[in-house]
Design a binder for this molecule. Structure first.
Ligand code: NAD
Ligand code: LMR
Length: 405
């Protein structure tokens, strides 16, 4: 009995893909597997697939079926990162693997997706993950096959896309990226956990998210989100810098709308100060409406473009950190009274057309976000909300016409 238990434990320790998962090996069930007769894979019920272990599987780049010892307890969270050989991922993956996203005790299994030409680079990323000897990483899958990447994942972070280049507007990227997010939405619909939390980072993020959500009709719409936390962090940082106060004393800024130059960074509900009885509204603390209504807004709206000009490529470390903030708050909760910004599916609140992916003020508890409703919208704010709504509606129209949906 004891030895059976020990065996089971050993199985658990060294098991990476479960029997259920390996029996669904997409290569073995198709003519893509070089080692097997389609549909007759003798290894698909074990972790002994010779194609995978010899590095010859065309679907999985590496010997990901080899198990890494699990040093911590409990089931890992399966996290898919797409664009895994790219710039943002090169920061993000290591933040996830070191526990910044899900906490210092939560193990993670990393499903890394990129396109076939990036196989070698992704292999290098995998080697570096191994070399970090992260205690929380229970396994790594590197693949170019969306089916494999999204199989049973709990969290999907869709970074992979063509990045905006100098002089390009995010809209220009729409056509290039629509097909990617359509295919990935479908793959998540078919293979991901039924409760997968999706965060779209690749631009144009709101509309890419809209496409993925609409191509995944079996998943809850509330599980789809796009990243505006970077804009939220940028807005907080601008206020802190203006007031020369510590970052953690600035609270409840809001980003409304699109992750683009029409976004509306709004300080109307924000305050400065950490003591419950000593809070100053940001507007009074700054005491310069001219700056707040012009330079502040433009700086946050144009920050991405400024960084591209300076670095010749788009923001990467700050984007990765914002992804960590977004996902950690979504899954583990926001501090009491703290508002954050997430682009999520509109329910018609604030007169934003239902179904658009729009950045709203939210709080998070028990793995769910809740929109903060009933905030007063001034005439100035209304104009800004309408402008960004109009842009999102145009993007939606373009995207749906490219895709014929
Ligand atoms: P990058 O070019 O360095 O990396 C993108 C990666 O995606 C590449 O490795 C590429 O091969 C891969 N890729 C392309 N098509 C793919 C597909 N179909 N499946 C899987 N992978 C695919 O770009 P980056 O700097 O990492 O930026 C990624 C995206 O994030 C860009 O669209 C960028 O504009 C956007 N971005 C968004 C925010 C935000 O706040 N929402 C911030 C910064 C950057
Ligand atoms: C950013 O905001 O830094 C990114 O979205 C890059 C961009 O295109 O602005």
């Amino acid at each position: 009995m004891e030895s059976q238990n020990a065996q089971r434990r050993l199985g658990n320790i060294y098991g990476h893909l479960t029997t259920e998962e390996t029996s669904q090996c997409p290569a073995s069930n198709s003519n893509k597997c070089p080692a097997m007769n389609p549909g007759k894979c003798p290894a698909s019920n074990s972790d002994k697939c010779p194609a995978i272990n010899s590095g010859k599987c065309p679907v999985m780049f590496t010997s990901q079926a080899k198990m890494w010892p699990r040093l911590t307890q409990g089931e890992p969270i399966r996290v898919c990162v797409t664009g895994a050989a790219g710039n943002i991922a090169y920061s993000l993956i290591f933040m996830i693997a070191s526990g910044h996203m899900f906490g210092p005790k939560q193990r993670v299994a990393l499903h890394l997706l990129d396109i076939p030409p990036m196989e070698k680079v992704l292999k290098g990323v995998e080697m570096e993950i191994l070399d970090c000897a992260f205690p929380l990483v229970s396994g790594v899958i590197c693949t170019s096959e969306p089916k494999v990447a999204f199989m049973n994942v709990d969290v999907a972070i869709l970074v992979g896309a063509f990045p905006r280049q100098k002089g390009m507007e995010r809209k220009d990227l729409l056509k290039k990226n629509a097909e990617i997010f359509k295919a990935q939405g479908k793959a998540m619909n078919d293979y991901a956990s039924r409760n997968v939390k999706v965060l779209v980072v690749g631009n144009p993020a709101n509309t890419n998210c809209l496409i993925a959500m609409n191509c995944a009709p079996d998943l809850p719409k509330s599980n789809f989100s796009a990243l505006t936390r970077l804009d939220h962090n940028r807005a907080k940082a601008q206020i802190a810098q203006n007031l020369k106060v510590p970052l953690d004393t600035v609270h409840n800024v809001v980003i409304w709308g699109n992750h683009s130059a029409t976004q509306y960074p709004d300080i109307s509900y924000g305050y400065v100060g950490n003591h419950p009885h000593i809070r100053t509204p940001i507007r009074s603390a700054v005491n310069n409406d001219q700056w707040l209504q012009n330079e502040f807004i433009a700086t946050v709206q144009q920050r991405g473009a400024e960084i591209i000009k300076a670095r010749n490529s788009s923001s990467a470390a700050s984007a990765a950190w914002a992804v960590v903030n977004h996902m950690r708050d979504w899954l583990l909760g926001t501090p009491e009274g703290e508002i954050v910004s997430m682009a999520v599916c509109s329910d018609g609140s604030y007169d934003i057309p239902a179904g658009l992916i729009f950045s709203f003020p939210v709080t998070c508890r028990n793995g769910e976000w809740t929109m903060v409703k009933g905030l007063k919208v001034t005439e100035f704010s209304r104009k800004k909300l309408d402008l960004t709504t109009q842009e999102l509606q145009e993007e939606k129209q373009d995207a749906f016409s490219f895709l014929g949906i």
